[in-house]
Design a protein around this ligand. Structure first.
Ligand code: MG
Length: 261
């Protein structure tokens, strides 16, 4: 069932989105060589608590997972695409780090993610991969609006993602959200413009393309049941915003999320 949100509820989701943006910005600033994702996770927990929020991922236990999620952020390094549990191993110069975070404030949640290269030595392909992932997200946001359809968003994300020549996680995508992190509808990362659900004011969606440097779409799960890795060992990037469809267009509710370069 798709639940449309009132303007006041969209404001409440944006309040959660501001905390998501601020915490992701702080995580990005502290993601330097020698710091571990586990340390970043602890910092995020403190910042969310200080902001009066609750970390949405912590103890989240969907049917596919063998255990409740043990972290506050997902910190996916190099060939990890998404859902990586923050590791104790320190980050190294040149690592590609994707950080995903959702926060609840006063019963409403927002969700965002970004990718960056740690330290000073960024591989050109990593920079291009992150840029292409951000471009696919931007295209999805640009295609959304009160007169568009779900297929317009999916088609735009997929077209820009595929044009980059990188691989994509075509069977993963975005989602509705509000009181809970995952609501209808599913937002595919590929699709046909002009098809699918008509977007209406009050619809709140997380859009999240995931691109793979090696050019294939294949992935595998770690034994932990959570971490999703590229099958070919190449690096991956992830970019996500929570947006609201309004009568006038689109509002990005996690606008404070960092971009990179
Ligand atoms: Mg997310």
């Amino acid at each position: 069932m798709i639940e449309l949100k009132t303007p006041g509820e969209i404001d409440a989701i944006e309040a959660a989105g501001k905390v998501v943006g601020a915490v992701l910005t702080a995580v990005g600033e502290h993601a330097v060589p020698g710091t571990s994702p586990e340390e970043l996770d602890a910092m995020a927990a403190d910042l969310i608590s200080a902001a009066g929020g609750e970390p949405t991922f912590l103890d989240y236990h969907p049917a596919f997972a063998p255990c409740p999620y043990p972290g506050v952020i997902c910190a996916s390094v190099n060939d990890a695409v998404v859902h990586a549990i923050p590791a104790a191993e320190p980050l190294r110069d040149g690592d590609l780090l994707s950080v995903d975070l959702a926060v609840h404030i006063d019963g409403w949640c927002a969700d965002a993610a970004f990718s960056m290269v740690v330290g000073e030595t960024a591989d050109k392909i990593d920079v291009a991969l992150i840029a292409a992932t951000e471009a696919a997200l931007a295209a999805g946001i640009a295609a959304a609006g009160p007169r568009a359809r779900l297929g317009d968003i999916a088609g735009a994300i997929g077209a820009v993602g595929r044009a980059s020549g990188f691989g994509m996680l075509a069977d993963h995508g975005g989602h509705g959200l509000g009181r809970t992190m995952h609501e209808d509808p599913h937002v595919p990362n590929e699709g046909r413009p002009g098809r699918g659900l008509k977007l209406r004011p009050g619809l709140v969606l997380a859009l999240e393309p995931m691109l793979i440097a090696g050019g294939t779409d294949d992935y595998r799960h770690d034994p932990d049941g959570w971490t999703l890795r590229t099958a070919d060992g190449s690096r991956a990037a992830h970019a996500e915003h929570t947006i609201a469809i309004t009568a006038d267009g689109v509002r990005v509710l996690t606008a404070g999320r960092p971009g990179w370069r």
